[in-house]
Write a protein that binds this ligand. Sequence first.
Ligand SMILES: [Zn+2]
Length: 156
Amino acid sequence: MLYDNRKVKLNDGRSATLVLPNWFGFKHKKVAEKFEGDLEYMASLSIKGWVYAVYKAHKPNLQKGHKDFVLMWVETASGNPKTFIAGMAAAEMDEHRYQNGRLCRSCNEIVYSVDVHDYRHCSCETVMIDGGKDYTRCSQEGESVRIDFLTKEITV
Ligand SMILES: [Zn+2]
């Protein structure tokens, strides 16, 4: 699994590292070059039971019917991995852009569980989280935070 870890500031002023799994291993720079719209990788998110790599289009071409967000994913059911792409409007993304995470006070990492069977722990293994967005369970250690992947705000 590749990661796109990012330094973040919490709303109370502390700094931390947000652990961002790159679910499909897409090379974001190449994706941004290949598709128009000035794409920026947001996160790997589970939406209605499927995991997507979500990109924000800073300049969507509305005349071509492009949306504010680009969703990419890989299906391997046929044996040959195939990449798919879809669009999502900002209003629809509003209910998917948040996720609960867990902050470790020892190693200062924030982890989140992408999907139901996605078990995550911080690098010092003090804090764990599992169950994705809908069945979240986590260790007693650490602090719960709310992640807004769009604005990059982390709220304690
Ligand atoms: Zn830790």
